[in-house]
Design a protein around this ligand. Structure first.
Ligand SMILES: [Zn+2]
Length: 216
């Protein structure tokens, strides 16, 4: 046996399954995030869903076959017809329904890739963009921190999410903000566009390109 071999999926999952109760539920880890002041839900009736069995394989995501991805079509998808900023290689769009002061998505326009296979020239641009988008979002007066996420369980085409965590709302700190955001009232679209437009104009100053696509 190779002591240096990484653990298998089955070995990892067996440890989780062994920690479940008779209903297949894990205990709520109140010593973790759920017990911290930033967790949005009260604990009285909180319980973890029963654990699903290990799947045979990962699900295909949207665009897993590049030929079926939106980028194989000549037209941009509806979510990218308006944009806070873009250049020839990247587009930064703004969410139209969010409780965050600003919520943006950064996507490569011309090359189909995920984070695991970004070509070197795009990877260099991506690094500068992650810095510049974060700095611009964090410069908004209503934003205390800019969060950046690459998750990628829904779509195979690389898409970075940026969320502005509301300034001075310390209860909304940390990763539970994604749960808070679902419960927060929707920010008016004109406010989202003003904030995303501020980010887009800063990117033009820092990196060139153009934006935003709207006039306000
Ligand atoms: Zn694609």
């Amino acid at each position: 046996m190779d002591d240096d071999a990484p653990e298998s999926a089955e070995e990892y999952f067996a440890r989780i399954a062994a920690a479940t109760d008779a209903e297949g539920r894990l205990p709520v880890a109140i010593e973790g995030m759920t017990g911290w002041l930033v967790y949005p839900y009260e604990l009285d009736s909180l319980r973890v869903k029963p654990l699903d069995p290990l799947a045979d394989a990962e699900d295909d995501r949207a665009g897993e076959d590049p030929a079926t991805c939106w980028c194989a079509s000549a037209t941009m998808p509806p979510w990218a017809t308006e944009w806070a900023w873009r250049n020839d290689d990247w587009v930064l769009t703004s969410a139209e329904s969010t409780g965050a002061p600003v919520q943006l998505m950064l996507v490569p326009r011309r090359v189909h890739c995920d984070l695991t296979d970004v070509p070197d020239d795009l990877a260099a641009d991506m690094g500068r963009l992650l810095v510049a988008v974060s700095a611009a979002a964090e410069a908004l007066p209503s934003v205390g921190r800019a969060f950046a996420f690459k998750i990628g369980d829904g779509g195979a085409h690389l898409h970075w999410f940026f969320f502005g965590r509301p300034a001075r709302a310390l209860q909304l700190r940390g990763s539970p903000f994604l749960d808070w955001e679902e419960n927060l009232p929707r920010v008016p679209v004109e406010v989202l566009r003003r904030n995303a437009g501020f980010v887009g104009r800063r990117l033009v100053e820092a990196l060139g390109g153009e934006g935003p696509s709207w006039s306000s």
